[in-house]
Design a protein around this ligand. Structure first.
Ligand SMILES: Nc1ncnc2c1ncn2[C@@H]1O[C@H](COP(=O)(O)OP(=O)(O)OP(=O)(O)O)[C@@H](O)[C@H]1O
Ligand SMILES: [Mg+2]
Length: 301
C-alpha cells in the first residue's frame, strides 16, 4: 500500500477496518524521502539511490463527527426556516387577508348606503386603502411561501414567479421549462430550488441592470437543474464570495450542497452573470394532495 500510495497518490482518505469495530476514517499522506540526502550535508545526493517511503496518518473521526453535526444542524435550521415561512404565509393569507377582505366588503356597503357625499367619499377612500392592503398582504405571503409550491409543485410555482418578476421589472424573461412532468419532487428539493430561483432573480433585479434574462428549469434524468443568466453588469465572484457581507449566494450554496447538489456561479464585471444549481431530484410518487393533472383552481384575487 505504501509503495503504491507513494507512486499513485499524494494524499487520500482511507477507512481502516479491523475486527468488529466500525471503520476508522483516516487521511494518509504519502511521500518518498531520499535516504541519506540530508545526513551527507550537501543536501543533493541520495546514497545508492535508496529511498524511504513515508506515510503520515491522521485520524479523521472527530472531524467527521463535527461535520455530521454541522450538517444535521444546518438541515434542521433550513427546515425550520421553511416551516416558519410556510406558517406565516398561511396565517397572513388565511387570517389577515380574510379580515382585510371583510373590511373591503363592509366599507363598500357603507359607501353604497351613505346618505351624504362626504361619508361616501371617505368610505370609498378607505375601501381603496383596504383593497391595496389585501394585495400587499397577498404579495408578502406569496414571497414568503407560495401556496402553489405545495399545491402544484415547482414547475407551476416557478412559472408564476418568473411571470410576476418579469411584469414587475418590465423585462421579458426567456423561460425554458424542460422535462418536468406532474411527478412531485421531495418538498425540500422543491422549496430549495424555488429559493435559489427567488434569490438569483432578486439579485438580478437589485444588482445586475440587465436587459436580457434567461431562466431554465429542467429535469435531466435524476437531476434537477436551474439556470439563471443575465447580461448585466456582472461582478468578481471570488472577491465577492470571500469578503461580501451578503448572505444570498452563501446560503444558496449551503442549501444546495446539503442536498447533495452543486452551485456554479460564473460572472465577470461587464459580462453578466450565470447561476446554475443542480440537485438530485428526489422524485416522489404523484402527490396525494393535488397534482398538475387536476384542473387549475380559479384564483380568487
Ligand atoms: N446577477 C448579479 N449581477 C451583478 N452583481 C451580482 C449579481 N448577483 C450577485 N451580485 C453581487 O454579489 C454580491 C453578493 O450577492 P448576495 O446575494 O450574496 O448578497 P446581496 O444580494 O448583496 O444581499 P442579500 O443577503 O440580501 O442577498 C451582491 O452584493 C452583488 O454585488
Ligand atoms: Mg442577494
Amino acid at each position: 500500500l505504501l509503495r503504491e500510495g507513494a507512486n499513485r497518490y499524494g494524499a487520500r482518505e482511507f477507512a481502516i477496518v479491523g475486527g468488529d469495530v466500525s471503520a476508522t476514517p483516516v487521511w494518509i499522506s504519502f511521500s518518498t524521502v531520499p535516504l541519506g540526502a540530508y545526513s551527507e550535508g550537501n543536501g543533493t545526493e541520495a546514497r545508492n539511490g535508496a529511498t524511504v517511503l513515508m506515510a503520515i496518518v491522521t485520524d479523521l473521526t472527530d472531524r467527521k463527527r463535527a461535520e455530521a453535526t454541522r450538517r444535521r444542524l444546518l438541515e434542521r435550521l433550513i427546515s425550520a426556516e421553511d416551516e416558519e415561512r410556510r406558517r406565516i404565509a398561511r396565517e397572513l393569507h388565511d387570517e389577515t387577508g380574510q379580515s382585510l377582505t371583510a373590511l373591503v366588503v363592509g366599507l363598500r356597503t357603507i359607501a353604497d348606503l351613505a346618505v351624504t357625499t362626504d361619508v361616501r367619499s371617505v368610505a370609498q377612500r378607505l375601501e381603496e386603502l383596504a383593497a391595496q392592503s389585501v394585495d400587499n398582504v397577498g404579495r408578502l405571503a406569496r414571497g414568503l411561501h407560495p401556496r402553489e409550491l405545495d399545491e402544484w409543485g415547482l414547475a407551476t410555482a416557478a412559472t408564476r414567479y418568473v411571470g410576476g418578476f418579469s411584469r414587475s421589472l418590465g423585462i421579458a424573461v426567456d423561460f425554458r421549462l424542460e422535462g418536468l412532468d406532474s411527478r412531485r419532487l421531495s418538498p425540500l428539493v422543491e422549496t430549495s430550488m424555488y429559493r435559489v430561483l427567488q434569490e438569483a432573480l432578486t439579485n438580478v433585479a437589485r444588482h445586475a441592470r440587465a436587459k436580457n434574462i434567461v431562466v431554465g428549469l429542467k429535469r435531466d434524468g435524476a437531476t434537477i437543474e436551474l439556470l439563471v443568466q443575465d447580461d448585466g453588469v456582472g461582478f468578481d465572484v471570488s472577491r465577492v464570495l470571500d469578503g461580501a457581507p451578503g448572505l444570498g449566494l452563501h446560503s444558496m450554496h449551503e442549501r444546495i450542497t446539503l442536498l447533495g447538489g452543486s452551485v456554479q456561479i460564473e460572472s465577470r464585471p461587464g459580462h453578466g452573470t450565470m447561476v446554475r444549481a443542480r440537485i438530485p431530484a428526489g422524485i416522489t410518487a404523484p402527490s396525494p394532495r393535488r397534482t398538475q393533472s387536476r384542473p387549475r383552481r380559479q384564483r380568487t384575487r
